[in-house]
Design a protein around this ligand. Structure first.
Ligand SMILES: Nc1ncnc2c1ncn2[C@@H]1O[C@H](COP(=O)(O)OP(=O)(O)OP(=O)(O)O)[C@@H](O)[C@H]1O
Length: 248
């Protein structure tokens, strides 16, 4: 579980996060949704330590990420997996080398152990036998799967995904969403996903935080979201025709 409490962040006089509090649950796909420029990426960055919030706390299973000592912070960092937008693969390295990268950087495992772990992760994301291919030889959906394999190779407790469906067609997006949800449940990971894909909201929105201009205006599940009475969320949801047709 990750708890964030009263996270505020401003860049000079531009206030981006106005005091966000929420809880991201273990074994669930926790979505952060909202329109462009509303602070989703900045919030995610404050959670993983790329941007320090001006005030507020981030607690990883009760451990304070910013106020804990250096070892606690280091331990939490090692428990994080991140799926970057676009996959962020190294083009000059094979699929296997890409997935192995965190193990090479952060562990003392033997090459045999690392290869075994990489093979397990590649198999889990449906890419068995592709380790020797180059990123340029595989499709966009496969690249995302490689990114997921790399994000889980260290057996993370916390998984962060920034727009996992960007650049994918609708069918591939559904498959990637389903894979992230399966992995989250199977390995009991606290997964946090930034998205503005309404399909993802309905498919895997087990816990949703809606941001609007740096405030959190709504929290809940996909099953109840269409019943919201928050006007900003209604506007966000029902800009999508499919959902407009479902409007109660
Ligand atoms: N390092 C920075 N310095 C100054 N302003 C920033 C910085 N990072 C983000 N911002 C500003 O913070 C605001 C929120 O940006 P953020 O990237 O979090 O939006 P977002 O909700 O993720 O949007 P999108 O869906 O378009 O990615 C934007 O106005 C952005 O310009």
């Amino acid at each position: 579980m990750i708890e964030i409490e009263n996270i505020k962040k401003a860049f000079k006089d531009k206030v981006v996060l106005k005091g966000i509090s929420t809880v991201f649950q273990k074994g669930k796909t926790n979505l952060i949704i909202g329109g462009s420029g509303t602070g989703k990426s900045v919030l995610l960055k404050t959670m993983i330590g790329l941007i320090r919030p001006d005030t507020g706390r981030v607690l990883y299973d009760g451990r304070d990420f910013y106020e804990g000592d250096a070892e606690v912070k280091q331990a939490i960092r090692r428990e994080m997996g991140v799926l970057f937008q676009g996959g962020a693969l190294f083009d000059s390295q094979t699929v296997e080398q890409n997935v192995r990268f965190p193990l090479d950087m952060l562990t003392n495992q033997s090459m045999e152990e690392k290869k075994e772990r990489v093979a397990f992760c590649l198999k889990r994301v449906g890419l068995e036998g592709t380790g020797q291919r180059m990123p340029s030889e595989i499709s966009g959906g496969m690249k995302k799967r490689v990114g997921i394999a790399r994000a889980i190779v260290m057996n993370p407790k916390y998984l962060f995904c920034d727009e996992p469906n960007s650049g994918l067609d609708p069918l591939t997006s559904v498959k990637i969403d389903a894979l992230i949800k399966e992995i989250t449940e199977e390995f009991d990971i606290t997964t946090v996903i930034i998205t503005h894909d309404m399909n993802s909201v309905m498919e895997i929105g087990q816990h949703i935080s809606f941001l609007y201009q740096g405030d959190k205006l709504w929290t809940g599940e996909n099953t109840e979201i269409v019943n919201t009475d928050v006007p900003e969320l209604q506007e966000f949801l029902f800009s999508n025709k499919l959902l407009r047709d479902l409007k109660p």
